[in-house]
Design a protein around this ligand. Sequence first.
Ligand code: UDP
Length: 235
Amino acid sequence: MQYNRILLKLSGEALMGERQYGIDPKRLAEYAEEIKSVTEKGIEVAIVIGGGNIFRGVAGASKGMDRVQGDHMGMLATVINGLALQSALEDAGIQTRLQSAIKINEVAEPFIRRKAIRHLEKGRVVIFGGGTGNPYFTTDSAAVLRAIEIHADIILKGTRVDGIYTADPEKDKKATKFDFISFEDVIKKGLKVMDTTAFTLSHENELPIIVFDMNTPGNLIRVATGEQIGTKVNI
Ligand code: UDP
């Protein structure tokens, strides 16, 4: 079963590649190829990208900076990442549009839901920058919100780990992976998939989430065409 319209969530850290911060052009080019293979199947792709590789608001707040100020910096960081991803995708020959939740019209289109859907229908990859446009949220919340707004079939959360485990697999050797899990079980077992706000929004709107390893080449197309990899959170 192939999805028609996906929302891919990538964390800012994913763009660092082997680096300690910032953007690794090699990693960006790899992701662009992965995304291209999906668009070539006729699957519509929207992307929400994080900003943690450049700035994380909470981290700034803990060092004495005002929380809202820090969050604004974090949101702008997602626009920077969006611009970088846009360039990489266009280098790979894919048409793209970057829409920002914060008005920054010389740099990116403003977020207009109907326009975003039109771009997708025309086969353009739409990158949503600026998170939700509000402080105190995360890009996971932005991903769920946009996915619901554009009627995406699913959120694909690309991470470093290959799914949801009973415990942190990097710490607990006995941890086992779920292939499928319900929203209720994630909550009951206290597992971490997204922050609570984002997760609740997804649950309430019956929007399934797949957590998968984005760094294994070929995984994105496999998951987008319905192959069972990673963990699917479903109602
Ligand atoms: N942010 C925000 N509102 C949003 C999305 C993001 O204020 O709707 C800020 C927040 O400070 C966050 C930072 O932007 O820490 C970067 O986003 P996030 O931490 O979600 O990025 P990721 O972890 O995916 O790289």
